[in-house]
Design a protein around this ligand. Structure first.
Ligand SMILES: Cc1cc2nc3c(=O)[nH]c(=O)nc-3n(C[C@H](O)[C@H](O)[C@H](O)COP(=O)(O)OP(=O)(O)OC[C@H]3O[C@@H](n4cnc5c(N)ncnc54)[C@H](O)[C@@H]3O)c2cc1C
Length: 459
């Protein structure tokens, strides 16, 4: 390791890398319970430094793990095989925003909300909004192809990536998309969502849109889950086109409501929070009336349209309170971000109830109902071996059901370490073998974030 540190000191400025036990401890995990201690953490600021570090890692056969803010929920940034963590926290400049072309050129360490805020100053909008956006980075969003509340209407991160620069496993710098249209091979875009296993992104060109100036927010109270889900389905088949459509099922709702100012009518079994946005008032009003007509058709008797910013804030506070409220009612939770077609949501949630009963666990569900991305939270106590084992078995059953219903084992959090053992539930042997071929083509010596998504054997 002494040689490696000497080589790093030739590439990095003094004080910009650290192999102290404290720092190595801090960078050993993300929000999951997976851990792995890096040999050294480098705080990069330039593409040249990233390239230099990867060259060192390649020479020594060391693992190299890119890290944004560490908010990942699948263990992606965990240095499970030690090696070098490239920390992008300080490589965080918004290089420029081209107002006319509506493109932002950003370094990977830019915090998602910072980009959103800077875009807004110019009347522009970056729609993907993972709930972690106050902390997560664009590099991490790119690597996980992050989704969020507004993705039902506006799509996930990949939709906004116009090009990027990256360092490959040999340390060579590449440019693709709008950085070099002529020479970009179309396959380069496979890097979006590849969880740092194919290359390390050093700059991203992000498409922005004009910010819709108008919006309205509703909360709808349903006396049955089925009614809530049928309402989602009905809204999807009309021209309401919500920008956000979130579902909170009973148990998640009652855990969270005490931390919000929302008054739940009696017998509420589920709520939807629905936001409509628009560039034009007549359009917004028309879709708002259409939504109210659908609610009436679906016999949703109790709902409110936010009449003030405070009231709207109360709706969102309820939604935001869900995750931490669930943490308060359980020692541990597995937050599985499965997806199913909207037509399969009710079956899936009912299935989670039967699984909860079978394994004597609590399972609570909420999520981005508009695109069938449900967060199935399996609550358990890690110190209880039976519960821990049952939680894992319950997860597996939920994954299988999601895939059987035409969905995915992960809608937005990625595979990383958390779901790699379940990959074969969704993909055939041939498909996994094909993905491994792509990995080997990009990273023949398996140094880029090794052992994430799947293990690679030599040869
Ligand atoms: C409270 C909470 C709410 C969340 N809500 C959402 C949500 O609504 N939607 C959603 O999609 N996710 C959500 N997440 C998960 C997480 O925030 C996202 O996956 C996010 O994109 C991770 O960003 P990060 O900067 O923290 O990345 P990290 O956790 O640091 O890294 C994630 C992955 O990206 C790779 N990576 C980071 N930077 C680079 C780079 N420059 N080049 C190549 N690879 C890189 C890492 O190696 C790792 O594999 C949530 C997490 C929390 C804690």
């Amino acid at each position: 390791m002494k040689n490696v540190l000497e080589e790093i000191s030739a590439v990095m400025k003094e004080g910009s890398f650290d192999d102290s036990p404290e720092t190595r401890y801090i960078f050993r995990s993300d929000t999951t319970r997976f851990t792995g201690t890096p040999d050294v953490v480098v705080n990069v600021r330039t593409e040249k430094e990233v390239s230099g570090i990867v060259k060192i890692a390649a020479r020594h056969g060391l693992a190299v793990i890119a890290r944004g803010a560490g908010t990942g929920m699948s263990g992606g940034a965990v240095p499970i095989k030690g090696g070098i963590v490239i920390n992008f926290e300080e490589m965080n400049r918004i290089i420029r925003i081209d107002r006319r072309k509506k493109i932002a050129f950003v370094e990977p360490g830019v915090v998602t909300d910072k980009l959103r805020a800077e875009a807004e100053k110019l009347g522009l909008y970056y729609p993907p909004d993972p709930s972690s956006s106050a902390v997560s980075t664009i590099g991490g969003n790119f690597a996980e192809n992050a989704g969020g509340l507004h993705c039902v209407k506006y799509g996930v991160t990949a939709r906004y990536v116009k090009g990027f620069k990256f360092v490959d496993a040999s340390g060579t710098i590449h440019e693709c998309g709008i950085y070099d249209e002529e020479n970009t091979f179309p396959g380069a875009f496979v890097m979006i969502g590849s969880e740092g296993t194919l290359g390390i992104v050093t700059e991203i060109a992000i498409e922005l849109i004009d910010k819709p100036p108008l919006h309205e927010t509703f909360i709808t109270y349903h006396t049955t889950l089925l009614n809530a889900i049928n309402t989602v389905a009905k809204i999807k088949t009309t021209g309401v086109d919500p920008a956000v459509m979130e579902l909170i099922d009973k148990d998640a709702l009652y855990a969270a409501v005490q931390y919000s100012k929302v008054d739940l009518p009696e017998n509420t079994e589920a709520v939807l929070i629905i936001m409509l946005d628009s560039y034009l008032l007549p359009d917004l009003l028309e879709r708002s009336i259409l939504l109210e007509n659908i609610l009436s058709l679906m016999k949703v008797k109790q709902y409110r349209k936010a009449e003030s910013e405070d009231e709207e804030k109360a709706f969102w506070d309820l939604r935001k309170a869900v995750s931490s409220a669930i943490k308060r009612i359980s020692n541990d939770k597995l937050n599985e971000d499965i997806t199913v077609p909207v037509s399969g949501m009710y079956t899936l949630i009912e299935f989670t109830r039967s699984v909860a009963e079978k394994y004597a666990l609590r399972i609570v569900v909420y999520g981005h109902a508009g695109d069938g991305n449900l967060h199935v939270n399996i609550l358990f106590d890690r110190n209880n071996a039976t519960e821990l084992n049952n939680a894992r078995l319950a997860s597996e059953e939920v994954f299988k059901k999601a895939v059987e219903l035409g969905g995915n084992i992960s809608g937005e959090h990625g595979i990383g370490l958390a779901k790699k053992n379940f990959l074969s539930i969704q993909y055939s042997k041939n498909e996994i073998a094909f993905m491994k071929k792509i990995k080997k083509a990009f990273d023949p010596d398996n140094i880029l974030n090794p052992d994430k998504i799947f293990n690679i054997t030599k040869g």
